[in-house]
Design a protein around this ligand. Sequence first.
Ligand code: GTP
Ligand code: MG
Length: 242
Amino acid sequence: PPARGVVQLQDVEFTYPGADDPVLSDINLTARPGGMTAIVGSTGAGKTTLLSLIPRLFDVTGGRVLLDGLDIREYDPAQLWERIGLIPQKAFLFTGTVASNLRYGNPDATDEELWRALEIAQAKDFVAEMPEGLNAPVAQGGSNVSGGQRQRLAIARALVKQAPVYLFDDSFSALDVATDARLRRALRPISAHATVIVVAQRVSTIVDADQIIVLENGRVVGTGTHDELLAGCATYVEIVQS
Ligand code: GTP
Ligand code: MG
């Protein structure tokens, strides 16, 4: 069957290897194509850990994660990775060129596809301004681009994969408000058909979400829309007011 991108976490529990206590417990959520799920919670709540379980950077220690109805442990790891565009909280670049960084995950992408991804990721202008364009060198650790540029190139790299599932770990809060707004607008056609899960801090990102999951100490303490949570979830109210 074709990949659709329905992500389900069922009774998920996770304990880091060697640790005593779980950092996630009783996590249940479903994220569907055509919608955006936002995950919010204070630092250390378990947001990054939750995302990391979906492409199997770690395996759950209880419960299960399903992609399109199938336990992710049933997928070939490469096949699973192909279906998930993960934009990590700390974006990283490989030594090479802009193009080689963007093609990581989709070696067959055309230049046109790279430019399209750069455009959506709000990275087209600064790449176009580099004398070598797509072939501009990226130094070790991406040290010749700014943090915000690195973040946007990492977003473009994920978009080049054309995956049915995108996971953005706090990818927007480091950007200035105007770039953030343009980027989220540009992503709308993608979230119209893909499953998008974002860890977010800015209220402007969160209010747009179809579904918001509030995490506290590794547990879900609220699920709903912005208005529903404002009315019924004290942790959420605290987060958006801080
Ligand atoms: P922020 O990104 O700061 O907003 O936090 P977060 O919500 O993403 O939390 P994260 O998932 O990174 O961490 C959840 C808990 O797991 C915290 O108590 C961390 O200290 C712990 N943790 C994170 N990574 C590791 C790890 O690699 N090993 C161990 N043992 N614990 C970890
Ligand atoms: Mg995190």
